[in-house]
Ligand binder design. Structure first.
Ligand SMILES: [Zn+2]
Length: 238
């Protein structure tokens, strides 16, 4: 499983869940891959654990105002990428903790969406300085095993369409481990940039505010001779 793969790493994926911390995490980190998979008919569920409600340098606004703006931006970005659903777990930005409540919220989503594949932050990357990213990744991995066990929060299993968790594969992003999946996203890069730019509160100059991202994706593409790529690390689960 350590050889380098491209989009074919996702060939068996039908229902995918991305557990992120903030509106714009998914779009910037893996928006191109999501656009490609959505075009293949993969169902994609986006989860933002926080409201993104400190995502501003304006000291005169309020957290509810920022949250409302950012949720609307996330909806617009999801429409551009072709995501099926955006869920927000309602936690405050900058205060996310991988506690039992967050674990249960995420396990419920594994059960309700019946997702077969998880994408999330690598919580073990020592260089991850954002506590929300670390907490989201940790809680997403922690929820994996209990979601498959019938005595864990059985009330969740009585919801319409819910069943035991069926996740079969995990891909981590923002990791210091060598990527073993590099997806050429050149063909959909305009879609990725549009989805990122939909987060106007974060990138007010549109693609000009996203030059750092383009350089990052160009750098990620070099290993496979692509002009733009996104990288992941597969995690073995059973
Ligand atoms: Zn973030």
């Amino acid at each position: 499983m350590s050889e380098l793969a491209g989009l074919e790493a996702f060939d068996d994926v039908q229902r995918l869940i991305v557990v992120a911390a903030h509106p714009d995490d998914l779009e910037t980190i893996c928006g191109g891959t999501m656009a490609l998979l959505a075009r293949r008919g993969v169902k994609i569920f986006s989860v933002n654990c926080t409201l993104g409600d400190i995502g501003t340098q304006d000291a005169h606004t309020t957290r509810p105002v920022v949250a409302t703006t950012r949720l609307a931006e996330a909806e617009e970005a999801a429409r551009l990428l072709g995501l099926d659903q955006v869920a927000c777990l309602g936690h405050h930005d900058g205060e996310l903790v991988a506690d039992l409540e967050l674990r249960a919220q995420i396990a419920r989503l594994y059960r309700v969406t019946q997702a077969d594949t998880l994408l999330t932050f690598d919580p073990y990357w020592a260089g991850q300085v954002h506590p929300d990213h670390r907490a989201a990744g940790q809680a997403a991995l922690d929820a994996y095993m209990p979601s498959k066990m019938p005595l864990y929060r059985p009330e969740q299993l009585r919801e319409p369409g819910a069943g035991l968790g069926v996740l079969k594969r995990v891909f981590l992003f923002l990791t210091d481990r060598e990527p073993d999946v590099l997806v050429d996203v050149t063909a959909v890069y305009d879609v990725k940039l549009a989805a990122c730019a939909a987060h106007r509160s974060q990138f007010p100059q549109g693609s000009e505010s996203l030059e750092w991202l383009q350089r990052w994706d160009e750098e990620r593409g070099k290993a496979i001779g692509a002009s733009r790529a996104e990288s992941f690390r597969r995690m073995e689960v059973w």
